[in-house]
Design a protein around this ligand. Sequence first.
Ligand code: KIV
Length: 280
Amino acid sequence: MSTSWTVPTLARHKVANGGTPLVMVTAYDAPGARMVDAAGADLILVGDSLAMVVLGYDDPLQVTVADIAYHVAAVRRAKPTPLVVGDLPWMSYHLSEVDAVTNAATLIRAGAQAVKLEGGRKRVPMVQAIVSAEIPVMGHLGLTPQSTHAMGGFRVQAKEVAAARALLDDAKALVDAGVFAIVLEGIPDVVAELITAEIPVPTIGIGAGPTCDGQVLVFHDLLGFEDRLRPKFVRRYANLGADGIEAISRYAADVRTGAFPADAETYHTSAEVAAALRAR
Ligand code: KIV
């Protein structure tokens, strides 16, 4: 059973204070949301990973606010217990505070209960504006996929002392701006440990080691939907891609041999109606 979280209770949830690590999983549609809910996750992220795992793009830069809103609405139609966070996509909060609040509001009206955005100190005015509009914000630091070109690809960040200290300053600035949690992605464990110890809101790690206040994985990675990419931080708990291919192959074979559909899978009329129709 999922715990019913509110943003204020989440914001105080720290493993160091005795809290159990938070579980966040992405979902993009109603059946996915139902599965994540039934598995007892605490948060659902409708991430811009949507671009790669559902929409077939190579990076997250192609998804729009409308795309995320469409998928947030599908997730919320499942009425999941976990708190639903909608990801603000690239260029939806980069140009102005007005854009940031307007786009965050679109995700809230679609059903999100909070929004997530990437970046540190330079995003502080946008975070403050969104929080002032009473919309909870989750931060995202480290390997921020929307900066893939600026970072030179999906690379582990903050490997040197100066970069690690800068990341800690970013985290503190986000906390001061009002975020209720921060995703830490693709950073060394010791850096995640330091940030987690230094900030009062929970950190949720992905490729950031075991000391965060929670972990997040992408639904399709966790369930093994495909083999094209396998980052080091992904643990697969199922092989639904291979299992799905095997199931569809068996269906195809049954169709081709006539073994599907069987009598029990077929609708019938009364014997009289069938006889009349066949007589014609
Ligand atoms: O878009 C996403 O799924 C994310 C998670 C990987 C944190 O941002």
